[in-house]
Design a binder for this molecule. Structure first.
Ligand code: MV4
Length: 453
């Protein structure tokens, strides 16, 4: 078996840079793709070769399948790494890579499809004995069925889009009247957002924690997990802060949630790096929520506590190598926290693109910054506003928080607004410091109740 000689990185920004770094360490040549306005972006400069795939708009560049496949062919790339977002969870793209003889560094098209069908995934997991939040058995095809389900499980209930994930199009109904009104609204929204109006319902769990487990699976059926991440600090369903371990996790909890995650991956015949998301209720009950079939933004906190380079492992299993890592040999140590730094106004989270006129990154012990930003670079308005991830590690949570506070103070970004001031508020919040937070923290800090969606 041989590793790829050349990989095309079908992404931009910090994750493209992260993937190029992993390839370099593995001795793999890289091809960057870029849109016209990304000619001077860091990923374009760092790769061994680069190909312009289209104009600024993502539809015509980073989501332009024919252009990307042609780029892979003319550069003799053996594999494509999709990163996250863009084409990472597009089963059609994974399929055409396969038929073009190019390895898609990710799961099979079928796994992606199943990961994208939240109602079906829930139904499958229920049958296989993985706990799910009480709710509908598969999709709710009509308002009557939604009402019947809600009467059975009790209000409040939450309506979610089968094709959703990330929370878009979710609606909470506290009684029958609300459910009547919200059903059609949610259906219409889901149809507009995902081209699929299918919904399912769950019992609404107030003050839940969003806890997810990183897994890696090879093509031989070996599956390991690398512990959990707590992602309960979100705003409009965008994660803002992630940490590992979760402040509420005991050894026993980790073993249990880890076993559930591995089981989910086994049931789906999953291969590649992936994440299984769970809802954890205030009483500590664990429920399967959904599976993300991609490398995630927050993977570095797991890398810090596990010492495993997830991107390198992902590339190796995609090339057909068996996992060398064994579950019993995985040792998780210390504590890691990530802050997502977005080019956004820190109060209202409105995008703030433009030129970075001065940039100085934090460093020192236990500090990692994943970014494609450099002094004088321009943050375009066309793409995601994530411009840097600040990740820290400490022997324990207190040391991690102290390092985070120091690193946030060292971080200088001039010319655009960023969410750094928001993060300074989070890490000085008494409940965050105690580890006693849930999905309500952001609303409290920014003084307003966010409408769902
Ligand atoms: C929920 C929930 C309460 N009960 N599911 C799922 C996707 C995520 N982005 C939001 N999700 C939620 N699912 C049940 N059954 C509450 C939320 C939720 C939430 C979750 C994590 C972080 C912030 C949140 C804000 C509002 C709602």
């Amino acid at each position: 078996m041989k590793l790829f000689k050349k990989v095309l990185v079908a992404n931009r920004g910090e994750i493209a840079v992260r993937i190029i770094r992993a390839c370099r360490e593995l001795g793999i040549k890289t091809v960057a793709i870029y849109s016209v306005i990304d000619k001077d972006s860091l990923h374009t400069k760092l790769a061994d070769e680069s190909v312009c795939v289209g104009p600024a708009s993502s539809a015509q560049s980073y989501n332009n399948i024919p252009s990307i496949l042609t780029s892979a062919e003319i550069t003799d790339s053996e594999a494509i790494h999709p990163g996250y977002g863009f084409l990472a969870e597009n089963p059609h793209f994974a399929e055409v890579c396969l038929t073009s003889g190019i390895t898609f560094i990710g799961p099979t098209p079928d796994s992606i499809r199943l990961g994208g069908d939240k109602a079906k995934a829930r139904q499958i997991m229920k049958r296989r004995g993985v706990p799910i939040v009480p709710g509908s058995d598969g999709p709710v095809i009509s308002e009557e069925i939604a009402l019947k389900t809600a009467r059975r499980i009790g209000f409040p209930v939450i309506l979610k889009a089968s094709a959703g994930g990330g929370g878009r199009g979710m609606r909470i109904a506290k009684d029958e009247d609300e459910l009547n009104n919200l059903f059609f609204m949610a259906q219409r929204e889901a149809l507009a957002a995902f081209g699929n109006g299918e919904l399912y319902t769950e019992k609404y769990i107030p003050e839940m924690r969003h806890i997810e487990v990183q897994i890696i699976a090879d093509t031989k059926g070996n599956i390991i997990h690398l512990g959990e991440r707590d992602c309960s600090i979100q705003r409009r369903h965008q994660k803002l802060v992630e940490e590992s371990p979760s402040p509420i996790a005991t050894e026993k909890f980790r073993k249990k949630i880890g076993e559930y995650a591995v089981k989910v991956a086994r049931v789906l015949k999953y291969r590649n790096a992936g994440t299984v998301e769970f809802i954890v209720s205030p009483d500590g009950s664990i429920y399967f929520m959904e599976m993300n079939t991609r490398l995630q933004v927050e993977h570095p906190v797991t890398e810090y506590v596990s010492g495993v380079d997830i991107v390198k492992e992902q590339i190796k299993v995609a090339a057909g190598f068996p996992l060398e890592l064994k579950q019993t040999k995985i040792e998780l140590s210390g504590h890691s926290i990530e802050c997502r730094i977005n080019a956004e106004d820190p109060e209202r989270f409105i995008p703030s693109p433009g030129r970075i006129t001065f940039l100085s990154l934090p460093g020192g012990p236990g500090v990692r910054v994943d970014t494609a930003a450099y002094n004088g670079c321009v943050i375009p308005s066309y793409y995601d506003s994530l411009i840097a991830k600040l990740i820290v590690h400490g022997r324990d949570r207190n040391e991690a928080i102290a390092r985070l506070r120091r690193a946030l103070d060292e971080f200088i970004i001039e010319g655009i607004k960023t969410t750094i001031p928001f993060h300074k508020k989070v890490i000085n919040d008494p409940d965050f410091i105690k580890g006693e937070y849930n999905t309500g923290l952001t609303e409290r800090l920014n003084g307003s109740i966010e409408p769902l969606s």
